[in-house]
Design a protein around this ligand. Structure first.
Ligand code: AMP
Length: 223
């Protein structure tokens, strides 16, 4: 089963993806994580991506598609959560072409949306461990000791693209480039919207319900 988690920055895609990986053993493909890894290893691709990411802009499609293609060529698990990819219509078309080469297709797109104000509220209090990547929120999931990761003792830092100005830029890009994907997937009958007024736990069980029902895509009108 191939599931796309689609949503605004700060909507909780990463949190939901990690939970699905732990609970259901899905493979997790986060282009944000792949790109951050390339940046921290200082690869050529990482250097090219870094200037876009710092400013909260989307990395060009060919770079992202190249990364995902490499991953599929190396072999992936049968059940995958795509988190933060695709983010543009050309990426979605590239993904469809890549999957059809592997004789498979996207089964379901779970759409989680939030407002820019809510995103700024959530993201400006998000910190993560520079060593193990564990994510905290200073408002509702703070570490036991300020600035120190509970899991590995590493240093907690805020992502440069979680500064308010970068968040606003990410939202502008989201509305221009990513939101149109809802129409792309709605027209294929595989879009399922999750009610984001719910708590994170309620969203979890809503997503579980969607997946347990084999997605049941195309059966529900979405916002
Ligand atoms: P994320 O961790 O998913 O929020 O991604 C962090 C940053 O990586 C984004 O703000 C973009 O600059 C870049 N990025 C991640 N995934 C993509 C993608 N599919 N297309 C373009 N840029 C991406």
């Amino acid at each position: 089963m191939i599931i796309v988690l689609l949503g605004a920055p700060g909507a909780g895609k990463g949190t939901q993806a990690k939970r699905l990986v732990e609970k259901r053993g899905f493979g997790h493909v986060s282009t944000g994580d792949l790109l951050r890894d390339a940046v921290s290893r200082g690869t050529e691709l990482g250097r090219r991506a870094d200037e876009y990411m710092k400013g909260g802009r989307l990395v060009p499609d060919e770079i992202v598609l190249g990364l995902v293609e490499e991953l599929f060529e190396a072999g992936t698990s049968a059940d995958i959560i795509l988190d933060g990819f695709p983010r543009t219509v050309p990426q979605a078309e590239g993904l469809d072409a890549l999957l059809s080469k592997h004789e498979t297709a996207v089964d379901c797109v779970v759409f989680i949306d939030i407002t820019v104000d809510e995103a700024i509220r959530r993201l400006s209090s998000r910190v993560s461990c520079s060593d193990c990547g564990a994510v905290y929120n200073l408002m509702w999931k703070p570490p036991a000791t300020d600035g120190v990761c509970d899991v590995c003792g590493g240093e907690l830092t805020r992502r440069s693209d979680d500064e308010p100005e970068a968040i606003e830029r990410r939202f502008t890009e989201y509305h221009a480039a990513t939101k149109p994907l809802t129409d792309y997937y709605r027209s294929r009958g595989i879009l399922r919207a999750v009610d984001t007024s719910l708590t994170s736990e309620e969203i979890q069980s809503e997503i579980d319900g969607i997946l347990d029902g084999g997605c049941g895509c195309g059966t529900r009108e979405t916002g």
